[in-house]
Design a protein around this ligand. Structure first.
Ligand SMILES: *Cc1c(COP(=O)(O)O)cnc(C)c1O
Length: 427
């Protein structure tokens, strides 16, 4: 069927979508007795219906066993994080020894930088993206200052060219080349939170290594969104949160990746007892001996209740698989693109998609500048059962998530967007 902005086409796509039944496994907030049009899985993913039972299992075991649950719970808490390892490894394209669920995202940025940002007189610079997510900006700024360097001197931000929204890979590569003698680290987002641009992590990593620097990525907007091969790409380290595309609940436990080649290295780190040799942990003796691999960066015992939610969500990723998800993601996002372009074409080009048009360099998020409209358009959408999100000064971010959004969601969104634009314009 020829793609058009029509309910017939949306219906046809849903009927031919092998993943369409997965939607019923998630809770949707309601609006006038119907599912809201939820496009904010890039901010907080929806709750799997299985989450409650996973958390209840741990609450019951806690009630029944108390402290003994560490070993007697159905899924013993002592090693609970190990239940997440294989699923996480598949989501980010890693070996099990390379991933661990731990801490929160920004904490992981700091703890991994403690190992991978070891500036000396000669090499102390960090290349980052211009306008990275604020938490990453603050982490990078305070890391360089904490080591006694000046932000302006030590941090090189790669910006879009004048008048553009996206960052050219070649601009990152030429900055790496230009600063190769002083470069300690390249640290950027895998997917930019504002524009939805996917960075070429493999090429950037290669260039960083040629310059003698490490390469790390914040995958907050990449994990569960795009298919990655962190191991094959030779990425040194990465971290992500689990509450966006990974649907594991507000503030849930984050994740970290450390490449296998660092698994047995003695990289300096800020350690805690959970990163210490498992066989010796309860001897409570001095002398830190790291567990090989990413687990050796753990600090604290597992936050089991949030890990239970994470497990429920990861099981669904395993059931569906990143290949099938990416395939649907491409189709869904292409349909949203078609709908936006159609509406824009009939309305003097008011909607500009700033996300890459090339599907290789985007995930499911499209960021749209609604020219001449302010936040009132966004608010009108919210009052009409649409949940997008808004980023100052005038960007609407929409993430049709392949796990639970349908083609019909997108067609309905287009209808409501046009109605809302008319409402706002006629005021
Ligand atoms: C969402 C997001 C964060 C949030 O950090 P927390 O520590 O989880 O609060 C940080 N960085 C990026 C790039 C994000 O997208």
């Amino acid at each position: 069927m020829h793609p058009t902005n029509s309910s017939d086409y949306a219906k046809y796509c849903d009927e031919h979508d092998a993943l369409s039944s997965i939607r019923s496994r998630y809770h949707f907030p309601q609006f006038n007795g119907e599912d809201v049009l939820y496009f904010t899985g890039n901010s907080l993913g929806l709750q799997p219906k299985s989450t409650r039972a996973h958390i209840e299992q741990e609450l019951n075991d806690w009630a029944m066993f108390g402290v003994e649950g560490h070993f007697r719970a159905k899924h013993p808490w002592y090693s609970y994080h190990e239940n997440l390892t294989d699923g996480l490894a598949r989501v980010v394209g890693a070996l099990p020894i390379e991933v661990v669920a731990m801490n929160q995202l920004t904490s992981n940025v700091h703890f991994l930088m403690a190992s991978f940002y070891r500036p000396d007189k000669k090499r102390y610079k960090i290349i980052t993206e211009f306008k990275a997510f604020p938490s990453d900006q603050y982490a990078v700024q305070t890391q360089v200052e904490w080591h006694g360097y000046q932000y302006e001197d030590a941090v090189i931000e790669i910006a879009p060219r004048t008048g553009e929204y996206l960052i050219h890979t070649e601009d990152i590569l030429s900055a790496i080349e230009q600063h190769k003698d002083e470069l300690a680290l390249v640290f950027i987002g895998g997917v930019n939170y504002y524009t939805g641009q996917v960075f070429d992590m493999s090429t950037i990593t290669k260039a960083a290594h040629c310059a003698g620097a490490y390469a790390g990525f914040d995958l907050a907007h990449a994990a569960g969104n795009i298919k990655m091969s962190l191991h094959d790409w030779q990425v040194d380290f990465a971290c992500w949160c689990s509450y966006k595309y990974l649907n594991s609940g507000p503030g849930s436990v984050a994740g970290a990746f450390v490449h296998e080649r660092h698994a047995h290295s003695n990289l300096p780190r800020l350690a805690g007892w959970w990163g210490h040799d498992k066989t010796q942990r309860f001897k409570m003796e001095k002398g830190f001996v790291p567990v090989p691999g990413a687990e050796g960066w753990q600090l604290s015992n597992a936050p089991v209740l949030s890990m239970a939610a994470h497990k429920a969500a990861l099981d669904l990723f395993d059931e569906v698989g990143m290949d099938a998800l990416s395939k649907k993601s491409e189709a869904l996002t292409a349909f949203l693109e078609l709908v936006i372009d159609d509406i824009s074409a009939r309305n003097n080009g008011v909607l500009e998609i700033i996300t890459p048009r090339d599907k290789r360099w985007r995930g499911c998020q499209l960021s749209i500048v609604a020219k001449g409209f302010g936040k009132n358009l966004f608010e009108t959408l919210i009052h009409n059962g649409v949940v997008p999100d808004w980023r100052e000064p005038n960007v609407i971010r929409l993430a049709p998530v392949p796990m639970y959004n349908s083609f019909m969601d997108i067609w309905k969104f287009g209808q409501r967007l046009e109605e809302c634009m008319q409402q706002v314009s006629s005021k």
